[in-house]
Design a protein around this ligand. Structure first.
Ligand code: NAD
Ligand code: USQ
Length: 384
């Protein structure tokens, strides 16, 4: 299959490019390197010393003999997006090319609008270019479990049956996102659903939980590493806790720490995205997969990190700091995640096994994390 990865320079994008290429797919990708710039803006960097795209592609060719095609450009520019889709006419587009940070979108009006314009317009440009030049292409779009929020009900995969005033229908499950960023994913959801309806495009909307982990089997040398962030904006919960542990910083569950989300290891995310790529939906079909391994509260995550770090001789401590976000700190959370399992997905490692790998590898980059220690504690507040 020919697969085009939008956002190929990112945490998931670079990892997926190697993974799909390794399975024999023809891979090409797009990125505007905004993630590198945006992390710098917040005074931080990736714990792993990532190489430039040019160096990555050469290193990958050296290590495997395989080539990956790359286009630098911005998906919010329609002419560019149309050009690459028209030129490559991929079988699948994996769309990861969005700004993924909730805190970044909450900084101020500029960051909110930048995130919303970038994400929503980029996705719409892909939809219009697909309609024109690649109508049979499968759009595999990364959404987020955060679209649903934390309702006091079980969460289905995208749709549910509802009876209201004596009538029944199958409707999209209510979306209650918790940041300007998460809202972009909701807007994308409805735009994609609408495009599938009017143009008979096919799409899988992935509601992915929080990703964690540092390496996959494709990263056979350090030139092939993906990024790993740990600062207040770009680091996600479990990755932050691991980075905090290796430099002796207290682990920072926010508030009461009962906030529960679905979490998935990077290598499992690759497995799921591969399964979805290789099992496309029918023409005109819009389907939703909830993608995560298991649900944990942030307190539980911190406890797992303390335990595994202890086994590696690292003494980690937990510090429940003031919550900078507006979110439920104790709540019901029970999302379904059957669709991918039915297609064969099975988590590769237990959480503790994956944490052992992450913590051991991160020890190599302790100095780089220490150098940006000041970027760890939150200063962006939802309500101020
Ligand atoms: P990332 O920031 O590392 O990767 C996104 C890439 O897209 C970056 O390299 C960035 O430069 C590029 N990009 C952004 N806007 C672009 C534009 N307009 N034109 C071209 N390139 C652009 O993020 P990630 O963690 O790899 O996440 C990938 C996707 O998965 C995102 O859509 C994110 O919302 C979603 N997601 C991530 C997680 C997670 O925990 N990492 C969880 C659920 C969903
Ligand atoms: N949290 C802490 N301490 C920290 C960091 C985070 O307690 O040091 C808490 C947050 O308050 C939140 C939970 O951990 O309750 C998850 O936060 P996060 O920063 O790990 O994840 P989030 O902001 O939700 O965003 C991340 C990715 C985003 C993706 C989303 C999936 O950045 O791209 O969409 O995870 S989900 O959470 O399922 O919506």
């Amino acid at each position: 299959m020919k697969v085009m990865i939008m956002g190929m320079d990112g945490y998931l994008g670079w990892t997926l490019a190697m993974h799909l290429s390794g399975r024999g797919h023809e891979v090409c990708g797009v990125d505007n390197f905004s993630r590198r710039r945006n992390v710098k803006e917040l005074g931080s960097w990736s714990a792993t010393p990532i190489r430039s795209m040019e160096q990555r592609l050469k290193a990958y060719k050296r290590a495997t003999g395989r080539e990956i095609e790359f286009y630098e450009g911005d998906l919010t520019h329609y002419d560019f997006t149309e050009l690459v889709i028209k030129k490559e006419r991929p079988d699948t587009i994996v769309h990861l090319g969005e700004i993924p940070s909730a805190p970044y979108s909450m900084i101020d009006v500029e960051h909110c609008n930048y995130t919303q314009m970038n994400n929503i317009i980029g996705t719409n440009n892909i939809l219009f270019a697909m309609h024109k030049h690649a109508p049979d292409c499968h759009l595999l779009k990364l959404g987020t479990m955060g679209e649903y929020g934390t309702p006091n009900l079980d969460i289905p995969e995208g749709f549910f049956e509802i009876e209201y005033r004596g009538r029944r229908d199958r409707l999209p499950f209510p979306r209650q996102p918790g940041s300007w960023y998460h809202l972009t994913k909701v807007h994308d959801t409805f735009n994609i659903m609408f495009a599938c309806k009017i143009w008979r495009l096919r799409s899988t909307d992935i509601m992915q939980g929080v990703v964690h982990g540092i390496v996959t089997d494709d990263m056979v040398n350090d030139d092939l590493l993906t990024r790993f962030d740990f600062d207040q904006c770009w680091g996600t919960a479990l990755n932050r806790f691991c980075a905090q542990a290796v430099i002796g910083h207290e682990l920072t569950p926010y508030g009461k720490g009962g906030q529960t989300r679905g979490y998935i290891a990077l290598r499992d995310s690759m497995q799921c995205l591969t399964i979805a790529t290789e099992n496309p939906p029918d023409e005109g079909e819009y389907r939703v997969f909830n993608q995560f391994d298991e649900c944990y509260s942030v307190n539980e995550l911190a406890e797992h990190v303390v335990k595994v770090a202890g086994e590696l001789g690292i003494e980690a401590k937990i510090w429940n700091i003031e919550n900078p976000r507006l979110e439920a700190e104790e709540h019901y959370y029970n999302p379904d995640h059957e669709h991918l399992r039915r297609l064969g997905f099975k988590p590769i490692h237990s959480l503790d096994q994956e944490l052992r790998i992450t913590l051991s590898k991160l020890m190599e980059y302790r100095d780089r994390i220490e150098a940006k220690r000041d970027a760890i504690l939150p200063t962006i507040y939802w309500t101020k």
